[in-house]
Design a binder for this molecule. Structure first.
Ligand SMILES: Cc1cc2nc3c(=O)[nH]c(=O)nc-3n(C[C@H](O)[C@H](O)[C@H](O)COP(=O)(O)OP(=O)(O)OC[C@H]3O[C@@H](n4cnc5c(N)ncnc54)[C@H](O)[C@@H]3O)c2cc1C
Length: 473
């Protein structure tokens, strides 16, 4: 029940106690205002750069709560923000003022091992999904940080260690339940509301609030051939050129990412390397252990590593391997480019930037994608950038507000100097809040159709706290 008796919203309108009581009485979850239990948990997200305060939050426990919250927002003309796992770099999950619809308590995951399907709530994290599916030796391709929300990741596309073998997260999405802008629940799949199903596979939270995801699962693990090879950074240009050759031949089961940063105090690294720049190859093979060992041999032949800890690891553990470097609560700013190939010029720009990292937690990730992801037609789902073979993400990360300007300008500088060698496309889930004009470009030829679907399902743009697609004219 709501304990607030009257609520003055940021725009100074007043919602009376009776209306709030009525909403509170409808919910299985709860309605909370600033200062009340659960409010700060609902509004606090991964990126500490974002500190926003809605007028109130509904902490949902089921689709009925989501329907009630949307209908309430419609009746009182409240701005809506929707929070899943709260990991979006742009902070689009929370807004100042309005109604926050918090889904983070809806973490259920139900696996049907015989049908190889998982039904997943919109507050589940990737770790929740992995733990439940791995109990049956199954997995869905997701991302590389286990605390990320499955909802936002899926709606933007989703890629990680299994993508080259089994496609993006959206390529494994079978159906969804969606609460529309009218507050009604609909089902969408290839056969039912196919326009909506097409759009939510990459189009973000523009079209409604997903209350349940159904995924197809694949046999994976429980152990996978995976791990890190750590090199001194002074050999980075040669190593990246070698990497570029190696990945031309890698089977789809093998995925190799590059991480460049100051070495964290990893237990297997000699202490003298802690805090010094390193180039790390992170690899995972989605298949038999012996095949992984064989497939990784050309990577292992590159240079003279400081450490090589490739070997069998539990899949759930490998999925969380980067968690300690990506904990919530730091200040973060990202910049991202897609690359078709990593040119010598791009290598020069990137390695040059690593030479003056603005802080010990800043890093550059290069994700190898392609494989099964690239075999899906660009217009088969809303996610169009199927031909990018590498996605670079500049993770700028620091603690003190006094360092904002220095860190952000380092990332922007690297981004603009790398732009001539990139494809011009980008992954919508990596776009920070200061790039709203990039959305249309990101969707390319799919944008027009997305705007039409938006017009059908959300003509008033109720769901606009996202990389927004305006309803078509
Ligand atoms: C540390 C870290 C690592 C990452 N690694 C990867 C990776 O390996 N691969 C990858 O693909 N991505 C990765 N990402 C990016 C990630 O996919 C996005 O940040 C994604 O938006 C996170 O989803 P969320 O539910 O946690 O976020 P939120 O911030 O809660 O939501 C993101 C957006 O989706 C909307 N939304 C959330 N839930 C719903 C819903 N149920 N219905 C409708 N709209 C909704 C929100 O309103 C918001 O606009 C990573 C992010 C972080 C912070």
């Amino acid at each position: 029940m709501a304990s607030v008796t009257q609520l003055k919203t940021e725009d100074k309108s007043v919602i009376d106690g009776a209306a709030l009581e009525a909403l509170g009485g409808q919910l299985r979850g709860n309605l909370c205002a600033p200062g009340e239990d659960g409010f700060d948990a609902a509004r606090t997200i991964w990126n500490a750069m974002i500190d926003r305060s809605p007028d109130m939050a509904v902490r949902c426990l089921g689709a009925a709560d989501v329907m009630a919250a949307v209908s309430f927002a419609n009746a009182h003309d409240l701005d809506i923000a929707v929070r899943g796992g709260g990991h979006n770099i742009a902070g689009s999950a929370v807004a100042d003022g309005g109604l926050l619809i918090d889904l983070s308590l809806m973490r259920s995951v139900r696996v049907d091992p015989a049908a190889r399907r998982a039904h997943v709530g919109p507050g589940a994290t990737l770790g929740d999904v992995d733990k439940e599916t791995q109990a049956f030796g199954l997995a869905v391709p997701t991302g590389i940080n286990s605390t990320t929300g499955i909802a936002g990741l899926t709606l933007g596309g989703g890629f990680g260690w299994l993508t080259r073998a089994y496609g993006m997260t959206i390529d494994n999405l079978v159906s969804v339940d969606v609460v529309t802008a009218a507050g009604e629940l609909v089902h969408a799949s290839a056969g039912e509301n196919p326009d909506l199903f097409w759009a939510i596979r990459g189009g973000g939270g523009n079209f409604g609030i997903v209350t349940s995801f159904e995924f197809a699962l694949h046999p994976v693990g429980p152990q996978v051939f995976s791990g890190l090879i750590v090199h001194p950074f002074d050999k980075a240009p040669e190593l990246l050129k070698g990497y570029r050759q190696v990945v031309k031949e890698t089977p789809d089961e093998l995925t190799i990412w590059v991480v460049m940063r100051k070495a964290p105090p990893l237990p297997f690294l000699p202490e003298e390397w802690h805090g010094r720049e390193v180039l790390v190859f992170a690899a995972c093979y989605a298949g038999a252990m012996a095949d992984g060992e064989k497939a990784a041999a050309p990577l292992r032949a590159l240079g003279e590593p400081i450490a090589d800890v490739l070997g069998p690891h539990p899949f759930t553990g490998w999925q969380a391997a980067f968690d300690p470097l990506l904990t919530p609560g730091a200040r973060n700013y990202w910049k991202s480019h897609d690359f078709a190939d990593i040119s010598d010029e791009a290598i020069g720009v990137i390695t040059g930037a690593v030479g003056h990292l603005p802080g010990p937690e800043c890093e550059i990730f290069i994700a190898q994608v392609g494989g099964a992801m690239a075999r899906v037609a660009p217009d088969a789902t809303a996610y169009p950038n199927r031909d990018a073979h590498f996605i670079m993400n500049v993770h700028t990360r620091w603690r003190e507000p006094a360092e904002d300007a220095k860190c952000i300008s380092w990332a922007r500088d690297l981004f603009s100097r790398a732009a001539p060698y990139a494809t011009g496309s980008a992954y919508v889930n990596f776009i920070p809040e200061d790039e709203p004009d990039r959305t249309e470009k990101v969707y390319g030829a799919n944008y027009k159709r997305l705007a039409e679907v938006k017009k059908r399902w959300d003509p008033g743009n109720r769901f606009h706290r996202n990389q927004n697609i305006a309803p078509g004219k």
